[in-house]
Design a protein around this ligand. Sequence first.
Ligand SMILES: C[S@@+](CC[C@H](N)C(=O)[O-])C[C@H]1O[C@@H](n2cnc3c(N)ncnc32)[C@H](O)[C@@H]1O
Length: 185
Amino acid sequence: MRTADRRKRTVKAGPQTISVLRLGHRPARDKRVTTHVALTARAFGGGAIFVSMKDVRLEATLRALVEKFGGPFQVRTGVRWQEVVRSWRGTIVHLTMYGEAIDDVLPRIPTGRDLLIVVGAEKVPRAMYDLATFNVAVGNQPHSEVAALAVFLDRYLKGRGLRRSFDGRIRVVPMAHGKVVETSK
Ligand SMILES: C[S@@+](CC[C@H](N)C(=O)[O-])C[C@H]1O[C@@H](n2cnc3c(N)ncnc32)[C@H](O)[C@@H]1O
């Protein structure tokens, strides 16, 4: 293969980033669910969450959690979702019950490219369905963005997200019975 051809086929070096974009967050109504979307993103292998509405309390809650239980995990609220989506240089997966079945589409989703996973709250703008690289259904029944995100990340990462270690001040010691945590720093 010629050097020029080889260069064209070069895939971006470095580790893949996985980010979640939460659309339609209403601070008063969705605080708890959006917090759970962020916690799920972090615990199942994601590295960042972007939220379409500014919410400083949500940011503070999540930063305090990361400070205690570890990261890396970034939080940005008040983003313009169209800008995030249009400038994304990687794969965009929109989780929606109207999409293609996860089992059918998963083999086509690249594993090495940066990944943006979009979840909604209320009605998702029509444009999102066109801007997504893949519209993915975790079953074709309505349920929850938290459930959809957890199942998608776990299947996509084949469980690796859950096995990730976090360098936090607090570490839970797994055990059959009881509750033990180790505290450091
Ligand atoms: C409570 S639902 C609201 C759905 C809303 N009726 C709509 O038209 O988009 C909130 C979010 O959960 C996610 N969701 C719910 N059911 C899903 C499913 N079966 N597969 C994938 N994602 C799902 C989607 O991201 C959706 O935007």
